[in-house]
Write a protein of this length. Structure first.
Length: 198
């Protein structure tokens, strides 16, 4: 077996190329065992993070997300976990009442503070499904405006949304299990278990 910076060549000419991967230099049989161990550890950690959540509407997305993680489908796991976040954010904002929600969007549009000055969209919402058509980026910005999130929390949630968007669209980005664990930790703390979203 010969080693390179980002690949390993095995007898019979089999080469694995995984840029930046520490397991790229392991033989295939060891890499599979390593990935299975990491996946098992990671899935247990993900289950611990969501254990306090009892809402069935959220658990259906989170359970499917964790099943994706078990199958080492990290991008699918990220996208499905975001569905739980979107559900919780929609539920909280709709609870204000649609006329009030529309008023809050208008107040945010007129606010010229650093965080809100670029928001110029006018939203008219007359039904709950109308809220589902609003961009998630605008919904979480409104959560910041309503002080459900502070500046730092908003930035971390926006980063989680960016990760979701990177995983939900055709790109070459492939997050690793450690990134998935950090993502789960952020979304549970910032939204799913945040009392301000209750």
């Amino acid at each position: 077996m010969s080693y390179g910076a980002t690949h390993a060549t095995y007898p019979r000419g089999r080469t694995i190329v995984v840029p930046g991967s520490k397991t790229a230099l392991l033989p295939v049989s060891l890499r599979v065992k390593h990935d299975a161990l990491c996946c098992g550890w990671q899935v247990r950690t993900l289950r611990k993070l969501v254990q306090p959540i009892s809402a069935p509407e959220l658990l259906k997305y989170l359970d499917e997300s964790i099943r994706c993680a078990e199958a080492n489908c990290v991008r699918g796991s990220v996208v499905l976990a975001w569905c739980a976040v979107a559900f919780k954010v929609h539920e909280k904002l709709v609870s204000l009442g649609l006329p009030q929600l529309e008023t809050e969007f208008e107040k945010m549009r007129l606010d010229h503070g650093m965080m809100f000055k670029h928001f110029t969209k006018v939203y008219k919402v007359s039904t709950n499904p109308d809220v589902q058509e609003i961009a998630d980026a605008h919904l979480i910005l409104l959560c910041r405006f309503l002080t459900y999130l502070d500046d730092t929390e908003y930035k971390h949630l926006k980063a989680a949304l960016d990760l979701r968007n990177g995983c939900g669209h055709p790109t070459g980005y492939q997050p690793d299990p450690v990134k998935l664990q950090a993502y789960f930790a952020d979304i549970t703390q910032l939204v799913l278990l945040n009392p301000k979203f209750a």
